[in-house]
Design a protein around this ligand. Structure first.
Ligand code: ADP
Ligand code: MG
Length: 707
């Protein structure tokens, strides 16, 4: 008799279980439980350990405790100030007490007489008796056993935790004879001290001791992570096998000449990254690399070196930026870095010609545009820098060798793929994706698991760190404006970022306008102030940026349009209003607009209401290290920020957490490489192959690989 596979469980509909008729079946379906696999992978959200429970008689007023009680009676009434109040009288063998719930009218229906419940809360004395108000309630029903699993409950679907426990218990009992198959090689389990899957599946639901559920969770979380890594690694290896890359003929000479022409030494991180990229370019399969580097880490030089490598082998390179402002800035900056560079040109009397860099955005029109398009098609344009305009149909390359995408999170998957698709002859250009939003390494393994990752983890020397302050409340805000005036007097410039309004760009623009007017007439009267927001015509935006860049404006009031890429070294003050409305990553990006020159810079995070604490703002004050902040962000917000909802919903990380399970992620990734490299078709791992097939539809796989 073969041990039971996940597929076997998935083939048994829930109706086959005792007590699941058409009505319950429909309810379960509502919460996504259709088959027995869905059921047994619905894990408890908590376990109540009866041996730890207090008795009512032992409760100490003012102290939190857990009690296991039976509901005696329930009444509901509406108080004079129109709040509902549900009173529940409960008892155990030792005594009775009152429980009150304010504004939870549904408790009347939930807590029926005779029901066993666990209450967690603080008991107080009230009118001579004990009372708990608004405790945490876990329904236990008539479950027996020392440790009771509490399942997520859906009010809507009308399924309670003891029904769930019953069905899951029955399912597990029916698996006992044949046992649950284990797809993970025994040696691997042993190496990492993991229990077998059958044991784990049992113990997560019905642990004999509370400590057992932790080792069960570890094993099952590992399985989830291994599956994700298997998909990513399989996909990565398949691409490497199947895609034909561009033949780059690298001598490194171009890049060497370029780097030695720079007025500074490369950092070790830049050197290492460029070497990694050169190795990728020399390899037969296309590069697919993510470059993570904090703002100011010097990603541009790496991008230019990458593009030059393509040009050296007589190919073209494209850099795609998310906004026109950024594309223009890159075009100007990169053209300046590359002045004097020549490329071989046999058709030319001197055997070479100047390297040609062009800009292509929707603002490049008429004859200029025609010229750029013709140059791309005939190969006379070596490097093109642009926006989405680069992926329009009319854009054709003579030989696109390298694609660099800046600020990756602003582009969709399709847009990157579209640019990459613009190569000729069935060859795939090498791609470098750059992001200034660091994410922790192990999280990157899961979110970008099919990409190779390089990290610029070192800032160029000589930077004066930005000092960040929290201006907590209106009183402190006054001081901020004085600081701005002082800096302007000293010849510096300042940014003021207006409150972020998620719901509406219109409101955001209005608030920016309002801030601008207020500062102009009041706090910063007499200074030269400009306003920048998304709804201005692009000519006006451009003009304002230019005035600020050239020092003809002292202060730039802006919405988050300045978040990426704006580079004005003389700006030394960043004021972010209503800083509590922004996320950590965004605040960090905004702050990165200052601290780009020789003068010391300051960032003020202004919040309106005097608050006691604000973990996000405090994190920004404490460090300027983007990776450290990424850790805090993950800690505070959880993985939802890293994976889109769709991705999270479809992948099967139910127990595993990108935050808590970093060590497991590493183990899973290493294991996936070991398994795939030894057995690329998984011929020797049929159980594992079958499981991947079952759990990841094609769409999921695409999604995971391309996110
Ligand atoms: P990023 O795009 O990573 O935010 P940039 O490429 O714009 O950073 O570089 C930020 C600034 O640092 C630029 O002014 C650049 O000239 C400078 N820079 C880059 N690399 C170095 C280095 N190795 N030493 C000194 N300055 C550097
Ligand atoms: Mg940059």
């Amino acid at each position: 008799m073969n041990a039971i596979r996940l597929r076997d469980l998935a083939e048994i509909p829930v109706e086959r279980l005792r007590g699941v008729g058409p009505k319950k079946q429909a309810s379960l379906e509502q919460v996504g439980i259709v088959n027995v696999l869905d059921l047994v992978t619905t894990y408890p959200r908590r376990w109540v350990d009866r041996t730890n429970e207090a008795r009512i008689a032992d409760l100490v007023p003012g102290e939190e405790a857990l009690v296991l009680v039976t509901v005696r009676s329930v009444t509901k009434r509406v108080t004079r100030n129109r709040r509902t109040m549900v009173n529940v009288n409960v008892g155990d063998g030792s005594g009775r007490m009152e429980v009150v719930f304010f504004n939870q009218p549904w408790r009347e229906r939930q807590l029926t007489e005779g029901l066993q419940i666990a209450l967690f809360g603080k008991a107080d004395t009230y009118r001579g008796g004990l009372q708990m108000s608004n405790p945490v309630v876990d329904l236990i029903g008539d479950q027996t056993g020392r440790i009771v699993p509490i399942y997520p409950q859906s009010e809507k679907a009308q399924i309670n935790t003891w029904e769930m426990a019953g069905w899951i218990g029955e399912s597990l009992r029916r698996c006992a004879d044949r046992g649950i198959a284990d797809p993970v090689p025994v040696a691997l389990l042993r190496e990492h001290a993991m229990i077998d899957r059958g044991r784990a599946l049992h113990d997560i639901h019905l642990p004999e001791q509370i400590s057992h559920k932790e080792r069960a969770r570890r094993r099952l979380a590992f399985d989830e992570l291994l599956r994700v890594q298997m998909v990513l690694v399989l996909r990565k290896r398949r691409m490497e096998r199947e895609q034909r890359g561009i033949d780059h003929r690298l001598t490194g000479e171009f890049v060497d000449r370029f780097t030695s022409s720079l007025p500074y030494e490369l950092t070790d991180a830049q050197r290492r990254t460029i070497a990694e990229i050169e190795a990728d370019l020399a390899a037969p399969h296309p590069m697919h690399r993510l470059l993570q580097g904090d703002v100011g880490a010097g990603k541009t030089v790496v991008a230019v070196a990458t593009m030059l490598s393509a040009v050296e082998g007589r190919h073209q390179a494209a850099l795609m930026a998310p906004t026109e402002v950024l594309a223009e800035q890159h075009a100007t900056g990169i053209a300046a870095l590359l002045t004097g560079v020549t490329v071989p040109d046999p058709g030319n009397l001197f055997g070479d010609r100047p390297l040609r860099v062009e800009l292509l955005t929707n603002r490049v029109t008429g004859a200029d545009r025609k010229d750029v398009l013709a140059g791309l098609a005939d190969g006379s344009v070596d490097i093109v820098i642009g926006t989405h305009a680069l992926i329009q149909d009319k854009v054709e390359f003579s030989s696109l060798g390298v694609v660099v995408v800046d600020e990756q999170h602003r582009f969709g998957v399709e847009q990157r793929a579209a640019l990459r698709g613009k190569s000729a002859g069935g060859r795939t250009p090498d791609m470098l994706v750059m992001t200034a939003t660091p994410i922790p390494r192990t999280a990157a393994m899961t979110v970008y698991g099919d990409l190779d990752v390089s990290v610029l983890d070192e800032l160029p020397p000589g930077r004066t760190p930005i000092v960040t302050h929290w201006a907590n409340g209106p009183l402190m805000e006054t001081g901020v404006w004085q600081e701005v005036r002082d800096e302007v007097k000293a010849g510096r410039q300042a940014y003021v970022v207006c409150p972020l309004i998620d719901e509406s760009e219109k409101l955001e623009v209005a608030s920016a306008q309002e801030t601008f007017d207020r500062l102009l007439h009041d706090e910063l009267r007499g200074l030269r102030i400009g306003l920048l927001h998304g709804r201005l015509p692009s000519q006006e935006k451009e003009l304002t940026m230019e005035l600020f860049r050239s020092g003809q404006l002292d202060v730039l009031v802006a919405t988050t349009v300045i978040e990426v890429g704006v580079d004005v070294p003389n700006a030394t003050v960043m004021v972010i209003l209503d800083a509590d409305r922004f996320g950590i990553a965004q605040l960090h990006q905004l702050r990165g607009r200052v601290g780009r020159g020789e003068h010391a810079s300051t960032c003020w995070l202004v919040t309106q209401h005097n608050e006691e604490s604000n973990p996000r703002v405090e994190a920004l004050v404490a460090t300027t290290d983007g990776f450290a902040l990424a850790e805090v962000d993950l800690e505070l917000r959880g993985e939802g920020t890293l994976m889109s909802t769709a991705q999270k919903g479809r992948s099967d990380l139910k127990l595993a957490s990108l935050r808590r399970d970093r060590a497991l992620i590493e183990i899973a990734r290493t294991a996936a490489f070991e398994i795939v490299d030894a057995d690329p078709d998984l011929a020797d791992h049929p159980l594992l192959a079958d499981e991947l097939d079952l759990i990841f539809s094609d769409r999921d796989e695409e999604f995971l690989a391309k996110s």
